[in-house]
Design a protein around this ligand. Structure first.
Ligand code: FUL
Length: 472
């Protein structure tokens, strides 16, 4: 009897992964660390900031670039205050202008009057990020409308040299962002990018950098520029036969991933706080509101993706007051609405084959501890409230170190013996936020209906967020 009880007790706790049978990719250490980042800023900055264009021609005189009060420490202060974990800057956009004095171009900050040609945005920003404890990332556009070698095999060499220069001078680089755009250069030709060589170069010089492109190798584009991930969002993607840019899989596939994808390549949602990517004064009144940013959070981070929010510095070289106000408002909304996780003080029960275990690792506020039922069809997770609680938001978390497992699940909301609401869902991943019109309930029963292997549920959090913030 004792032995039987011992077994029953152990079984639900020691599920071995069925993914050993079905191949299920797992994230690397760098990718796992990336998932923890959740939210960081994008900074589109360059000649376009001063010409009011979105795509420069590459023929703009270098003197156009002339920020009056560049202050990268201010960018970092704003990012920090907003709860963002890093900044990715457009080291080189499609116009080819380099925000650092590159040896491999004559279209750089060095050729401008700014700081008498002695300025270096990458230097200032990389140092400021270190000072403020933020991760530093670079966007480097392979498409270059200025470089005389673009459109010839020699340009691939130039691109590689530029990357090496950036990594050596300003590293460590946490994320490298490759834009897939492939337009014509000054000689009217398009470049044939040597993606394999580009990848090998970075792997050799900076193996911990996570590389973003439409198809990874480490992080994928989410398939739109609205900041919205699929409600079903697999961190997996099949990439055979695909390339970044025009050769990428359909947007829908990028948006949801592939359930049985061969590679761990999670989605990143890039979106701008303004209509454009670069700063334009006439968009000062079109900055997204804190409430809109909160909605984006729900649809990106709340669907297991990361949010890369573009906040373009203005012509002074500072994050504009309108944008910083919106960012701080957004931070306050997150803090205020996710402050009180009712699950922490509720009664938790884990049921396996109808036997009740008073285990609470699935709702103890510690994302490292979890419940991993060997056979999900025999397990129920319960959170009980006495007296009833009014809630409209549930946050689910899966430990993904050993792969993403949950395919389908249901949340049952109960009041006494009555079922108040049944909420079906698909994937969970790093984080899944579910919102619904508020209900007074006495219990939540969470059941996994289908999984690829042994799911590790680390948190089921419950909140009452401001009604005006959630989808009706
Ligand atoms: C796109 C670019 O063409 C836009 O200008 C912007 O940089 C966006 C993030 O990526 O591909």
């Amino acid at each position: 009897m004792k032995f039987f009880f011992f077994l029953c007790f152990l079984v639900p706790l020691t599920g071995f992964s069925q993914s050993e049978k079905n191949h299920n990719p797992v994230p690397t250490k760098s990718q796992l660390a990336w998932h923890q980042m959740e939210f960081y800023l994008f900074a589109h900055f360059g000649p376009n900031t001063f010409t009011d264009k979105e795509w420069g021609e590459g023929t703009e005189p270098e003197d156009i670039f002339n920020p009056t009060h560049l202050d990268c420490r201010q960018w970092c202060r704003v990012a920090k205050a907003a709860g963002a974990k890093g900044i990715i800057v457009t080291a080189k956009h499609h116009d080819g202008f380099c925000l650092w004095p590159s040896k491999y171009s004559t279209h750089t900050v060095r050729e401008s009057k700014w700081k008498n040609g002695k300025g270096d945005v990458l230097k200032e920003l990389s140092q400021a990020c270190k000072e403020y404890g933020l991760k530093f990332g670079v966007y480097i556009s392979p498409w270059d409308r200025n470089h005389p070698k673009y459109g010839t095999p020699a340009y691939n060499e130039v691109f590689i040299k530029m990357m090496k220069e950036i990594f050596t001078r300003y590293g460590p680089i946490w994320e490298l962002w490759w834009d897939g755009a492939n337009g014509e250069g000054p000689n009217g030709k398009k470049q044939v990018y040597d993606w394999d060589r580009f990848k090998r170069t970075i792997k050799a010089i900076s193996p911990n950098t996570v590389i973003f492109s439409d198809v990874g190798p480490h992080i994928r584009w989410v398939g739109n520029e609205n900041g919205i991930a699929g409600e079903t969002n697999w961190n997996l993607l099949d990439t055979t036969g695909f390339t970044p840019g025009a050769g990428a899989p359909p947007a829908d596939t990028l948006n949801r991933g592939n359930v049985n994808g061969k590679n761990w390549i999670p989605a990143e949602c890039d979106v701008s706080i303004r209509p454009g990517w670069f700063y334009h004064k006439e968009e000062d009144e079109k900055v997204k509101t804190p409430e809109q940013l909160f909605q984006l959070w729900l649809r990106s981070v709340g669907r297991g993706a990361n949010l890369l929010l573009n906040v373009p510095p203005d012509r002074r070289g500072r994050i504009n007051e309108k944008d910083s106000a919106a960012l701080l408002g957004f931070k306050n909304l997150r803090d205020a609405n996710f402050k009180d996780n009712f699950s922490l003080t509720a009664k938790k029960e884990f049921h396996y084959d109808g036997i009740i275990y008073k285990q609470n690792e699935f709702a103890d506020g510690n994302p490292k501890t979890f419940q991993n039922p060997l056979d999900y069809s025999r397990a129920d997770f319960w959170i009980k409230f006495d007296p009833v609680k009014r809630i409209n938001c549930i946050v689910l978390k899966e430990v993904i170190d050993k792969g993403q497992q949950v395919k389908q699940a249901t949340l049952y909301l109960l009041k006494g013996a009555d079922a108040v609401k049944e909420i079906p869902l698909t994937t969970i991943g790093h984080k899944r936020i579910i919102t619904f019109p508020a209900e007074d309930i006495s219990a939540i029963r969470f059941v996994i209906k289908d999984a690829k292997g042994t799911a590790m549920i680390s948190e089921i959090e419950t909140y009452l967020v401001n009604e005006n913030l959630i989808e009706k």
